[in-house]
Design a protein around this ligand. Structure first.
Ligand SMILES: NC(=O)c1ccc[n+]([C@@H]2O[C@H](COP(=O)([O-])OP(=O)(O)OC[C@H]3O[C@@H](n4cnc5c(N)ncnc54)[C@H](OP(=O)(O)O)[C@@H]3O)[C@@H](O)[C@H]2O)c1
Length: 263
């Protein structure tokens, strides 16, 4: 397939693009002015998600456009609209933050955290246009993974809100396999969960940093992390049973604690 990847320099998108290319797909990648250089030898397409009018034309004519890019926030929805208007089938990345607290699965109603307020509307538009959506949990795999790096950034383990808050998680290589599975096997107009297990954030932080996690009051954390601080207080148990069953996706990495524990 002729595929354009947006976010191919990012943590998720770089692995997804590599998995698609390794499977024989013809991968092009968007690069914004001043953005990081692309690895992988992909055909380079100049563009910027902050310039939606240009996106419609540059994303036209592909068998698939994979979106695995920031930014969240007010630029997200106009960019998604422009990509839908391109007429190319879309594979869009949102995240578990579109779901509420407690138990949920691929068919649960959305209840987005304010950080992801626009994303249910994006999902509806992508699905209505016949596209597909992947909702990853917290991605880990290497020390530079964005959330694990944040958990390590204070030099000691911390938790925001009560101890024991759980998040869905996934290893970046398993997530890349899911992008390939969705690309090759998922019907149009569908939503998939990139989640291999549910993990306690305080235990992940302790495994990364060593030592017990100490509380970081949400009001103080918000001064540094903004809305993300409150997301750290949202306890989620997100199933990917349907994704595994229907796509035959079988994550190989099943213990985030083992993966991030300092040796
Ligand atoms: N990481 C996680 O744990 C996680 C979990 C759930 C959902 N997600 C979602 O997955 C997506 C990717 O996350 P990530 O962690 O891989 O992010 P990341 O490592 O920060 O990568 C972001 C990518 O977006 C690109 N980008 C940023 N602004 C852009 C713009 N204006 N125009 C074009 N490209 C732009 C970046 O390109 P440059 O190289 O030019 O900066 C980079 O390729 C995000 O939507 C995020 O919300 C992530």
């Amino acid at each position: 397939m002729k595929i354009l990847v947006i976010g191919a320099t990012g943590y998720i998108g770089s692995r997804a693009a590599a998995a698609l290319a390794a499977a024989g797909h013809d991968v092009s990648a968007l690069r914004r002015a001043g953005g990081r250089p692309l690895a992988g030898g992909y055909r380079e397409v100049a563009g910027d998600l902050l310039d939606p009018p240009s996106l419609t034309a540059l994303a036209a004519g592909y068998d698939l456009v994979v979106h695995a890019a920031a930014p969240l926030g007010e630029a997200d929805l106009p960019g998604a609209r422009a990509l839908v208007d391109s007429g190319s089938p879309l594979l869009y990345t949102t995240g578990a933050a579109v779901l509420g607290g407690g138990q949920s699965d691929e068919d649960s109603p959305t209840d987005p955290h304010p950080l992801a307020a626009d994303r249910p509307e994006i999902e509806r538009r992508v699905v209505a246009a016949g596209g597909r959506v992947i909702r990853p949990g917290m991605v880990y795999g290497t020390p530079d993974a964005p959330i694990p790096a944040l958990l390590a950034s204070r030099g000691h383990a911390f938790h925001i809100g009560p101890p024991g808050v759980r998040w869905p998680v996934v290893h970046v290589d398993d997530l890349a396999d899911l992008y390939l599975a969705v690309t090759e096997r998922a019907p149009s107009g569908t939503i998939w969960h990139g989640v291999s297990e549910t993990a306690r954030l305080d235990e992940v932080a302790s495994a990364i940093c060593g030592g017990a996690a100490v509380p970081w009051p949400v009001e103080e954390a918000a001064k540094e992390l903004g809305l993300l601080a409150d997301l750290f207080t949202r306890d989620q148990d997100v199933s990917s049973e349907k994704t595994r069953r229907l796509l035959g996706w079988s994550p190989r990495h099943t213990s985030v604690l083992a993966a991030v524990t300092r040796s």
